[in-house]
Write a protein that binds this ligand. Sequence first.
Ligand SMILES: Cc1ncc(COP(=O)(O)O)c(C=O)c1O
Length: 404
Amino acid sequence: MSSQPAPDRPTAERVKILTGATRIVSASTKPQMKVPFLDLKAHHAPLIDQFDRVIRKVIESSSFAGGPFVEEFEEEFAAYCGSLYSIGVGNGTDALWLTLVALGIGPGDEVITVPNTFFATAEAITYCRAQPVFVDVDEETFTMNPAELENSLTQKTKAIIPVHLFGQPADMDAILEFARAHGLFVIEDAAQAHGAEYKGRKAGTLGDAGCFSFYPGKNLGAFGEAGAVVTNDAELREKIQVLRDHGQARKYYHTLVGWNCRMDGIQAAILSIKLRHLEEANLLRRERALQYNQAFGGTDAIATPFEADYARHVYHVYAIRVQERDEVRRYLEQKGIGCAVHYPVPIHLQEACRDLGYRAGAFPIAEKLAEEFLSLPIFPELTEEQTEYVARCVSEVTGMEALV
Ligand SMILES: Cc1ncc(COP(=O)(O)O)c(C=O)c1O
């Protein structure tokens, strides 16, 4: 049973602030407004007629699995990214897995990635029976620290998967230089970085391939599961196209053993519409992130996300770092604010990865981030007023501002 006061009980409440003191905060616990973590309904509302029309078109043409709507979206997404090809697949995990398989990565091979990512990054490596090898991340960008790569390199290393976490590209020049020097493939996990840029080039287009997820909550999200690989390599493209469709180059003639990882026509048609609004949505995310940064600026209690010189961050996630994160989260939830933690357990410490033999302490930065990260609401329709309310509530509970 929770010992928290009922969310709507107007009462004085003790809030332990992060300077270590305990202060009486006389603010009512009654939420002044509701701020969801994400509001897809608001995002889709202005486009609903277009969605209706295009779904009708898909139904009328019966192009449900693969087909012309997928081909059209593939062309549009490749053009948007500035890459020669894009291959639509079933989801972001398929995109990673198919790319690894198409590059010939398999049993006995090692693939270097980071432990602070969604599980799918490492899962895809394991699923082609290769071994994930982790390196720690940079404390400021939360992405792969290229200086750590040398220590993890072995004769078995075949590829590197940097993750553009939360919408910020990893330090790609340094990673690519290391990869070239050692003959390794670079597969970008751009599942959270649609439209993000590294030195003016779109995330996902810098390595051998870039893998995207269009899970509904992503910056570019479908109405179900979908994903894509982008690449400039015609041979790789062809192999992924064959593998995603049971290894058949033409119907019922199988040149490879693949799997069923095709993109749906309806998802592609929806994504084509939403792609036209991605730039504007990313700009709105950046505006809200800036507003949070300004509200939290200059306090030691909260570390705000850092945008690297080389990056255009698209804030799929806006994660602050705070001490006593779970307490702060509980307080915000009482105030009607949706929060999340990305991710509470780094992959090397997940139960499913026990066989890999890592122990706590192996990646101190990733482990510290897992304890401190708190993701605040960020989405294009988040209003200035809502952002200000969230910032004010964070300030109350972290002691930045006394509300006595
Ligand atoms: C970093 C990262 N990689 C891979 C994936 C997997 O994508 P999907 O859920 O579409 O399979 C995700 C999805 O959340 C992700 O965030």
